[in-house]
Ligand binder design. Structure first.
Ligand code: TRP
Length: 451
């Protein structure tokens, strides 16, 4: 069983050391787990909520994309894409918006903080608040639910949003699933071992505090920033307290256990802060210089990055397009071609005309489901004996729905509930409209004949 891990980074700034150590590096490590199926993306629709400077948005998308790749993300292994290249995401956002309770969104921390601030300063409560800010959690729910992520690595400030994704997904399942769970319930994954990196002044490293250490700009920029790390005023020769030094915390985030132990001992022995800073610089420079070279090379080649992201979008849409097709179907946005058939008389005819045909191949027992017109709706896998194949065709026609239809690439697989192995599959269809029609035809053909 693979675990689908999904996370996004909002593209409003240039990644700094804190983003790297806190989010990018652990995500890349997680993506190498043999059971991981990772979806990492640039949350550029989210960026529009916070930023109305097109140049900054564009620059940040490029820098963040280059940072992931320079840091060692393997795009063959993971699905790496821009949110805005997946039109199914805003479409799903609308389907979810229509079931999301307004009261739920009223409670979102980011929105509430803005309202509170307005009230405090005597403004209209909604002054300066866009619908984008208000609906932010619904867009994020669509990001997560679109790909049925199990785990969502995020910072603490985002836990509430993952909880809201669960709420909204559950509501949709309940309203439209008819017993089927369209959406998996995601879990926020908070990496306890990944300490939040302190910035130059000891507070959390963050662009909004202006206390960051640049990641890939240049060795000189990094050195300059490190020279501005705030320390106490103990002179060289005086013992320093490593546990109360954020310089030491920064060092530890990049050092081996032995290196940290040595640095700690030297600080206790009276290592001067100037020397300590140059040791930190040397450590970071050694750890990051290769990635920095990669980064600088990548950022010069935006067309290559574009190709990589387009390939990622294509991979992501292989999942998103058929899934959204099913969701559209579930809420009643169906092709008229298929709904002509689903008018009552057509329904009976379709059900009556469809038939199971069994056959043997290579010593195994298989069946096909054919429509009245003789089109193949399903082809089964091979069964060891005729009895098992027969039991499955029976289950597919039974009154109580014991089976489940799931999208698989450009077609659909049918599962007997509780089984891991699909019992039969539809043909594949490149066009969404054909796929929708095939799904409807299949559902009708499987309706019990007694109706
Ligand atoms: N809101 C997240 C942040 O600012 C970014 C984000 C957008 C995200 N969509 C997501 C994170 C989906 C995880 C999953 O950090």
């Amino acid at each position: 069983m693979t675990t689908r891990i999904l996370t996004g980074i909002t593209t409003t700034g240039t990644p700094h050391l804190g983003n790297y150590a806190g989010a990018i590096r652990p995500a890349i490590v997680a993506s190498r787990r043999s059971d991981a199926d990772s979806f990492y993306f640039l949350a550029d629709y989210h960026a529009l909520i916070k930023c109305d400077d097109p140049l900054r948005i564009q620059r940040s998308r490029l820098e963040i994309a280059a940072t992931w790749l320079a840091a060692g993300l393997d795009v063959e292994r993971v699905t790496f894409y821009r949110q805005s290249d997946i039109p199914e995401i805003p479409e799903l956002t609308w389907l979810l918006t229509c079931v999301a309770a307004k009261g739920l969104l009223n409670r979102a921390h980011a929105y509430k903080a803005s309202v509170d601030k307005n009230v405090e300063t005597g403004e209209d409560p909604d002054a300066g608040i866009t619908m984008g800010l208000y609906s932010y959690p619904v867009l994020m729910a669509a990001d997560i639910l679109m790909f049925n992520a199990h785990q969502v690595p995020v910072g603490r400030d985002q836990i509430q949003h993952v909880e809201m994704a669960r709420d909204i997904g559950q509501r949709f399942n309940h309203l439209f699933g008819k017993g089927r769970e369209f959406f998996v319930m995601p879990e926020a994954l908070i990496e306890e071992s990944v300490a939040t990196l302190p910035g130059l002044d000891g507070r959390k490293m963050s662009k909004s505090y202006d206390n960051t250490i640049p990641l890939f700009s240049s060795a000189k920029d990094m050195k300059d920033a490190i020279s501005r790390i705030v320390t106490d005023s103990r002179a060289p020769g005086e013992a320093k307290d490593p546990d109360n030094s954020h310089l030491f915390t920064l060092y530890q985030a990049f050092a081996s256990a032995e290196q940290s132990a040595e640095f700690r001992a030297d600080l206790l022995q009276g290592l001067g802060w100037g020397e300590a800073k140059s040791r930190l610089f040397n450590l970071l420079d050694a750890d990051l210089s290769e990635a920095r070279d990669n980064y600088l090379r990548l950022i010069e080649r935006p067309a290559d990055l574009e190709d990589i992201l387009q390939a990622g979008a294509e991979k992501a849409r292989k999942v998103a397009t058929p899934f959204l097709g099913e969701l559209r179907e579930a809420v009643g946005l169906r092709s008229f071609r298929s709904s002509v058939q689903s008018a009552d008389s057509g329904k009976k005819k379709a059900a009556k005309g469809a038939r199971f045909v069994s056959f043997r191949e290579d010593g195994q027992f298989l069946f096909r489901l054919l429509s009245a017109e003789g089109e193949q709706l399903l082809l089964s896998r091979g069964f060891a004996d005729g009895k098992s194949a027969g039991a499955v065709t029976k289950a597919l026609q039974a009154e109580a729905q014991d089976y489940e239809i799931r999208a698989n690439g450009e077609g659909f697989d049918v599962f007997i509930k509780g089984d891991d192995l699909a019992v039969a599959s539809t043909p594949t269809f490149a066009a969404q409209s054909e796929r929708e029609a095939a799904l409807t035809a299949l559902r009708l053909a499987l309706q019990p004949k007694s109706e």
